[in-house]
Design a protein around this ligand. Structure first.
Ligand code: MTE
Length: 452
């Protein structure tokens, strides 16, 4: 048998083992589950068998015939590449310019206040690239000079203090991965408005590694009043008067006064040079451009706690201080706005998170909630952090609905939208953690639907 194939007059020689190199590596990769391994092994055996026969060889050659990209050496294989200095601060490939934070016109822009959503459908793993981290600000963002920025702790403390950035960055720091989700994420689904993509339905969600000094270190440094100091008020330096109450036990637990995000300083839109990180709690409490913390003996009931971020309950009452982001998940691919090209194998992938701890399990249904299979959770699985899940699926080409359902380590199960509405009514804006349904049409088109 010859390994030579003819292409527009040029003779190329295929390496003896070119079929198995990549696949053999994948097959031996640890951590692939049995089903996935079976799928790959079958593909590998089929490919090897094909190459062993002369007819199959001719078919492979015909395939090559139609693909000049593999046969002709491209320019970049024959020329000198660019110098690193032309890209001193790395930016994505010019072929990836479609992956952007996006505003939803009409929905979110009120004067300078805006939100731009993270493109969850195009992201891998759990870390959101800093340039794609969602951003929500009530009065625009600023690029504040860190040499002039000051941070004060006052109120019920023995020694009120003003810190410079240099003072803070000398203190013992920690780096932790956490998700941040706006309390208004997935808000439109309350009203049964099927927004067109996961970017707009769930994109007020991101996850980063944050670096800073634990707030407990600073409160101890200022000698906070352990008897009467029951709450803190966090205040931002922007024009929105963003102020939030946090109870002292949480403040002393895992809250961070952070300057770092994903290995570098915070981006201006995300609070440069200093922001509060309040793991598990809705985004509004993660005060950006942080300039002051006051220790007090009662909740402050500020405007963003009295008229915003409150839950309108069915009996007409407003529920305040429901800060924790309950267990939630969403399939990011396939998701609304995407298109399945053909029936056959797909990797269903998504994100799960809980403001109360770790994700214990994620189930996926590919038949509108009748049957559920347990998905693979990818490491790391960390508390108050996004968890990536994957599950194999072979689409038979018929219309269906896919869903994910997360369970956290407190045993809490992500509810269906009608279960949530039974308790919360229909007038809410905030804190929707319902199961999300994506409908797949026979054409392969994926859209947003609600399944009760
Ligand atoms: N902090 C200040 N000072 N001003 C703001 O407008 N917006 C809050 C919070 N912190 C805000 C703020 C809201 S509503 C959210 S959801 C998060 O910041 C968003 O953080 P991000 O922009 O880094 O994603």
């Amino acid at each position: 048998m010859t390994n030579e194939v003819r292409k527009t007059g040029r003779l190329i020689r295929a390496p003896e083992n070119f079929v198995d190199a990549g696949l053999a590596n994948e097959i031996t990769t640890k951590g692939l589950n049995e089903e996935r391994r079976g799928f790959l092994r079958k593909s590998f055996l089929a490919a090897s068998a094909a190459m062993a026969s002369g007819t199959a060889m001719a078919q492979a050659a015909a395939g090559f015939e139609g693909d000049p990209n593999i046969l002709n050496l491209p320019e970049h294989s024959k020329t000198l590449g660019q110098a690193v200095a032309t890209n001193a601060y790395g930016v994505p490939s010019k072929y990836e310019t479609n992956l952007l934070r996006r505003e939803s016109p009409g929905l979110t822009r009120v004067s300078a206040a805006s939100v731009s959503f993270a493109p969850l459908q195009g992201l891998f793993g759990i870390i959101t690239p800093s340039g794609l981290h969602f951003e929500r600000h009530h009065q625009g963002w600023h690029d504040i000079d860190p040499s002039k920025h000051r941070f004060m702790i006052n109120g019920l403390v023995k020694n009120p203090k003003v810190y410079t950035m240099d003072d803070l960055m000398r203190l013992p720091s920690v780096s932790r991965m956490h998700f941040i989700e706006c309390g208004a994420n997935t808000a439109m689904e309350w009203g049964n408005v099927a927004v067109p993509s996961v970017q707009y339905s769930h994109g007020m969600l991101s996850c980063s590694e944050f670096t800073g000094v634990p707030l407990s270190v600073l409160l101890e440094d200022c000698g906070y009043d352990k008897k009467n100091g029951k709450f803190i008020l966090a205040e931002g330096a922007d024009g929105s008067s963003m102020t939030r109450t946090i109870d002292i036990s949480r403040a002393m637990d895992d809250v961070i006064v952070a300057w770092g995000m994903n290995g570098e300083m915070l981006r201006p839109e995300n609070g440069y040079p200093l922001r509060l990180v309040v793991p598990g709690v809705q985004g509004v409490s993660w005060v950006k451009w942080l300039r002051r913390i006051e220790v007090g003996d009662m909740p402050y009931a500020t405007k963003d706690e009295a008229i915003h971020y409150v839950d309108a309950m069915p009996d007409g009452m407003l529920r305040q201080y429901t800060s924790i982001q309950e267990c939630k998940s969403v399939i990011t691919t396939p998701s609304a706005g995407q298109m399945l090209l053909d029936k056959g194998f797909y990797n269903i992938t998504g994100l799960a998170w809980s403001g109360r701890g770790k994700i214990k399990r994620v189930d996926v249904s590919v038949d509108g909630g009748r049957n559920w299979r347990t998905a693979r959770m990818e490491n790391p699985v960390l508390p108050k952090c996004l968890t990536r899940f994957n599950i194999d699926w072979t689409w038979d080409g018929s219309p269906t609905v896919i869903q994910s359902r997360a369970i956290d380590d407190t045993g809490y199960v992500q509810p269906k939208i009608n279960e949530l509405r039974a308790v919360r009514g229909t007038r809410s804006i905030y804190h929707n953690n319902a199961i999300q349904s994506w409908k797949i049409a026979e054409s392969g088109e994926v859209s947003n639907v609600q399944v009760y």
